[in-house]
Structure formats: structure tokens, C-alpha cells
Design a protein around this ligand. Sequence first.
Ligand code: HEM
Length: 157
Amino acid sequence: MDDITLARGLHILGVVVWIGGVSMVTTVILPAVRRFKNPEERVAFFEAVENRFAWQARFTTLLTGLSGFYMMYTLDLWERYTSSSYFWIHMMTAVWVIFTLVLFVLEPLFLHKWFHRRATTNPEGTFRIVQTLHWVLLTVSLVTVFVSLLGAHGTQF
Ligand code: HEM
């Protein structure tokens, strides 16, 4: 097994755990939590789940980014950033940048406090916003997985 095959394997392992977790939170946990009768219990349970998942997401985002850039560097694929037919490379990078910003900068600095304050005063509205944002991120991520897989296996766009 060469280094590129290993990097590709780690890349996909990262994507599976990370985007799979986003899917679980979006399609199972958030809808279930929104049915909790007690608003305080709802906020406490969701924060406990998201806090645990955030650490997994941080680790897998790092793994995916490092392995992705390793492939870009070793295979010298940088000129793909200048071609629109490689839009899937732009999509992968954009998804990674968005999650990296949310997980490493916005969440610790601001999002966590914003959620706690707003969810305590307006749980319905806050959970609606959180669920919509999760659906947007999940949809973009799944489309990115699909087109990147096709692109990496020779589909010409
Ligand atoms: C810093 C961010 C990223 C970089 C630099 C990057 C780079 C790469 C590279 C160089 C490849 C191999 C392309 C080829 O063989 O022609 C690849 C494959 C792939 N990447 Fe990424 N990637 C990144 C993030 C992501 C993200 C966020 C996702 C999913 C949402 C993703 C999903 C995939 C998939 C599904 C493949 C195809 C693997 C295969 O079957 O060979 N990547 N990526």
C-alpha cells in the first residue's frame, strides 16, 4: 500500500465519521429533542450531545483536511483550483473551511453562548434555526461527497 492509498483511506474514514455524525444529529437527535416537553431538559440534553460530538467532529475535520492537503501536495494537484471543471475540489475545500470555522472559531467564541442564551428564552425559535442550519450543512456535505466521489473516479464535469 502506498502513501496516497493510505491518505485516501484516512480521508474517507474522516468523512464517514464526521458527515455521518452530522446526519445523525440532524435527522435523529434534533427532531427527537424538539419533542421533549421540558425546555430546560431539551437545552441540557442537546448541549451534552453536541459537546461530545463537537470533539469527534474537530478530530475528523483535522484528519480529513490533513489527508486531503497531503494528496493535493504529493500529487501536485494545485492547478485544479484554477479549473471550474474541478468544482468538486472547491466544494470539498469550502465544506472543510466552513466546518473548521464553526468548530474551531465560532462555536467556542460565540455560538455556544448565543445558543444557550437564546434557547433559554425562546427554545422553539432557536431549535428551528439550529435544525435549518444543520439541514443546510448536511445537504451541502452530502452533495459534496457524491460529486467528489464521481470526480475522483474519472467523471468529467
Ligand atoms: C481541505 C479539504 C479537502 C481537501 C484538500 C481534499 C482533497 C481531496 C483530494 C486531493 C482527493 C483525491 C482526488 C483524486 O483522486 O482525484 C479527495 C477525494 C475525496 N474527497 Fe476530499 N478533500 C477535502 C475535504 C473533503 C470533504 C470535506 C469531503 C466530504 C464532504 C471530501 C470528500 C472526498 C471524497 C468522497 C473523495 C473521493 C475519494 C475516492 O473515492 O477516491 N473531501 N479529496
